[in-house]
Design a protein around this ligand. Sequence first.
Ligand code: AMP
Length: 699
Amino acid sequence: MPEPHIQDKVYKRSLEDPEAFWTAQADQLQWHKKPDRALQRTTKTLKSGVKHDHWTWFPGGEISTTYNCIDRHVLSGNGNTVAICWDSPVTGLKEQYTYKQLLEEVETLAGVLREEGVKKGDVVLIYMPMIPAALFAMLAIARLGAIHAVVFGGFSPASLAQRMEASRPKAVMTASCGIEGNKGPMGYKKLLEEAIRTSSFKPSKVIVWQREQLRWEPVVKEDGQRNWQRLVKSAKDRRLKAAAVPVKSSDALYIIYTSGTTGLPKGVVREAGGHVVGLNLSIKQIFGVHGPGDVMFTASDIGWVVGHSYIVYAPLLAGATTVLFEGKPVGTPDASTFWRIIEEYKVTTMFTAPTALRAIRREDGDNDYFEQIYGNRGGLRTLRALFLAGERSEPSIVQMYQKLLSKHCAGGAVVIDNWWSSESGSPISAIALSAAAGENFGSAHRHQPLQVKPGSAGKAAPGFDVRIVDDEGNELKPGSMGNIVMGMPLAPTAFTTLWEDEDRFYRGYLKRFNGKWIDTGDAGMIDRDGYISIMSRSDDIINVAAHRFSTGAIEQAVTSHPDIAEAAVVGIPDSLKGHLPFAFITLSTHHHPHPAVPDDKLFKEVQLLVRQQIGAIASLGGMIQGKGMIPKTRSGKTLRRVLRELIENATDGEFEKEVQVPTTIEDAEAIEVAKAKIKEYFRHKGKDLHKAPETKAKL
Ligand code: AMP
């Protein structure tokens, strides 16, 4: 037998001896009080009498996340390393902060917040654009032992009010405006005031960062509104500062609301101890960011978990440099922005969502910017890896970027699909860039990573016991599609409960498999070598004549056609087979054709790809083409449920019927486009083409 790869050895050890494994990881951090042990297994009893297994990481420990992210590096002599590079093509501004400067900003702001009444255990809501002040806010709140709840800047007043009521924040930290791509500044004053007006809970303070692009006028003192810069200036004049306040390992560092593709958003609680320990390992072991000199560019938003973990906390825990980017993959000013950033800041690890790469592919189908401008002049040679997460990466996008990286980036550079969630806090599966760090954290060795299999999101990460089970919770053979679940305990970065809702934690994650497994809500498979493929959310499975297919697998076949930039597949009711897969596609041509019905030739070619890659049984029931038609959440997840409802209504002849749209939608316009395209398609194809199994009783 060949010697197992170091990533496999590390993983095995993390599950077999979690106590020793995680104690060694905890020793890498500075504790105010060392934990008594790494892991304590417990049983929880709910009010309803239900009992379930539970666990606690690092009991007895006390720690400050901010201290470990900032003070520790200044004290060890790295104060002059650049911590944050802010790059804002939407304003034309750039700023840099060393660790020393970051410390000054954060300890002062923490002093200000304390004066404004924020104390350990209080919740502070952050509603901000991607500016350095937003990071200062997160770190200052954590410095006081308070809990932040970041809500994506630009969410509607309704979503904001919902999160305000749920988290009851003492104060809100915000800015006068956000700037979304090339749409110009959007004032936050009206949005926030509207949210506070409708929320039954009212925060007592609103601290406003004034931006010159659009000011917040007037600042109404009687309503608790305060000018952030003025407070900070006064504090600096008085040398007001706050030292780091340690909290218990199990105390909350933050609350983050899940993306909400279904139902009411859940408030995921991140615990202080497990979070620092787990992130500190992942940033080095998985992402290959070792410390000063390494530069991480995570093109996400601080409103998402990817932003929390890999824009803010993890790169700072490592003592590396993080790039904070206020812009979009395209349109600020064009599809070359990401590549400019890599060159300008000498980025070593990049992280984004596949949807961003698809947007770039639509604008620059031949990758001219990547190759002709930045690649050919050697501007991208520092890049060691491109990490992708947030949704499934189809093999075609992984392969395309792998080719580009192999040609123009650092030797051995790889594209790595990694799978995780707000609940997990860090990758549940990935390919590790510096696997050896899991065995010996001090190791600077960059091992040859495991082979990447396009279409798979890599292997399980330390501490995550991932299994595939049937609907009864029985484990399935390697290679079988099923529900993806995890055994307890979850790895330390992961949640252990929902904010003030133990019952919902049980109902949402444990009840489905009677407390035996934690349900991830995702469906997929694990192959013989342990590679995990995430195919779709469990509720995105289509049942065609009693065969279960994942929308992700069919989308993968559809997008393997070179002319298709993006696809969303949903089930359309069929009188014979129950459901048939139906594709919504966007072509990769700059001038997209108008008709909703695609060319016959294209449809035949796509059909052939689906038959070849999946099987004749998965043949498409139809295909609609259009630009700006596939609705997404703000975090880039396809809202298949909405498309499914629209198409179901269409089979009943109800083209205008209202559909339920989550407040997290990115572009509500897309629904109108989809409606119009569906109507055009049905008119063209004849309304009897698709018939529901039974005609619905008309009330
Ligand atoms: P969120 O809670 O917003 O972080 O979303 C988590 C969900 O995003 C997961 O449960 C998956 O459905 C999806 N997701 C994240 N990363 C991937 C990936 N690499 N491949 C497939 N789906 C992913």
